[in-house]
Design a protein. Structure first.
Length: 71
């Protein structure tokens, strides 16, 4: 994934927060990393689903109905 770099940045920020006695910030960064992972995964699914879904569904719906109805 091209967006994985953001997880490295969040990890670095959490390391800084922990080392500098900022526990609430460190915990918030954990939550933020979870949100980032979820959104990156959802984005990946949408882009993969759109590419595969429109090729498969579009071809099957038009091709199948046209060939079956007129043959």
């Amino acid at each position: 994934m091209r967006s994985d770099w953001i997880l490295d940045v969040l990890t670095d920020l959490k390391t800084f927060a922990t080392a500098n006695d900022l526990p609430v910030l460190a915990e918030q960064l954990d939550d933020t990393a979870i949100v980032a992972l979820a959104e990156i995964a959802a984005l990946h699914e949408r882009t993969q689903g759109t590419a595969h879904g429109s090729e498969h569904d579009g071809g099957g719906s038009f091709g199948g109905a046209g060939a079956g109805g007129h043959a």
